[in-house]
Write a protein that binds this ligand. Structure first.
Ligand SMILES: [Zn+2]
Length: 128
């Protein structure tokens, strides 16, 4: 099990993934990042701190990236590219907000609520 401050269930992650996939359907690079995140989140060690995600690098075994809603410590982010770490952050962040007490109810396609905009336009476009 992954260490985490707030329980994030596999079902909640699955729900967040489903929602996120719909939102990035038109954006190939974020869809790729999201799909990678959905796999890596299972096999890569990570720790969720509520507003920060620490996740282990796949390529540098001693490196852990610190990921927030608007930043990541990896090289892809430094180059301004989509990275799966931030996709993973969004998945976990959204999963955290999934109410566990609503099991079999089909999710109503919710009208996106007004949210504070990130400085990263990509993230807004894709996930909000
Ligand atoms: Zn990254």
């Amino acid at each position: 099990m992954h260490a985490q401050t707030t329980p994030i269930t596999t079902a909640a992650i699955a729900a967040a993934l489903s929602t996120a996939r719909a939102k990035v359907a038109d954006n190939k690079r974020w869809m790729t990042a999201l799909n990678k995140a959905s796999l890596e989140i299972i096999s890569t060690p990570w720790v969720w701190y509520g507003h920060t995600l620490k996740i282990k690098s796949r390529t540098a075994s001693t490196t852990w990236y610190s990921v927030t809603a608007t930043s990541c410590g990896c090289q892809a982010f430094a180059k301004g590219n989509a990275c799966w770490h931030r996709a993973a952050f969004k998945l976990l962040s959204n999963a955290q907000n999934v109410t566990p007490a609503t099991p079999a109810t089909p999710a109503t396609p919710a009208t996106p609520a007004p949210v504070a905009r990130d400085s990263q336009a990509d993230v807004d476009f894709l996930f909000n």
